[in-house]
Structures are given as C-alpha cells and as structure tokens.
Design a protein. Structure first.
Length: 76
C-alpha cells in the first residue's frame, strides 16, 4: 500500500454560503437541529446562527484547512 500526501487544501466559507449551502443542510440532518425539531423557529435559528458567525469574524469569512491524502493498494 502506498500513501500520497497532497498539498494543503483550503476551503473559504462565507456566512451566506454556510447558511445557504451544504453546512447548514448537514446540520439540519442531525437529531438536535433537524427542521422537524426546530419547527417554526427555522428562520430564527438561521438568523441567530448568522449573528453568532459574524461575532466570530465581522467579515463573515471562514477558512477551513484540510490535509488530503490518498491510500492506494493494488491486489496482485
């Protein structure tokens, strides 16, 4: 088996993409923050999330750094 390390990958997220994209959909798929659990408070939840994110970074920009590697095994 061989392992290949790829260069560091950076994903830049903006508040709008966090709330309107896959991150929030992933959050909604959990039991503690599903749309069913939030009910009529979905808009309030998203508003509060946006407020909290902007308190962390006023520009609303977050960078996620990821290490990527590939493991390759061949069967003879």
């Amino acid at each position: 088996m061989e392992k290949y390390e790829l260069p560091l990958y950076e994903q830049v997220w903006r508040v709008e993409s966090i709330i309107g994209n896959s991150i929030i959909r992933n959050l909604y798929s959990t039991s503690y923050s599903s749309k069913h659990f939030l009910g009529e408070n979905i808009a309030l939840f998203e508003k509060h999330l946006k407020k909290e994110l902007l308190e962390l970074d006023q520009r609303g920009i977050f960078t996620e750094k990821m290490n990527l590697s590939i493991k390759l095994a061949l069967k003879n």
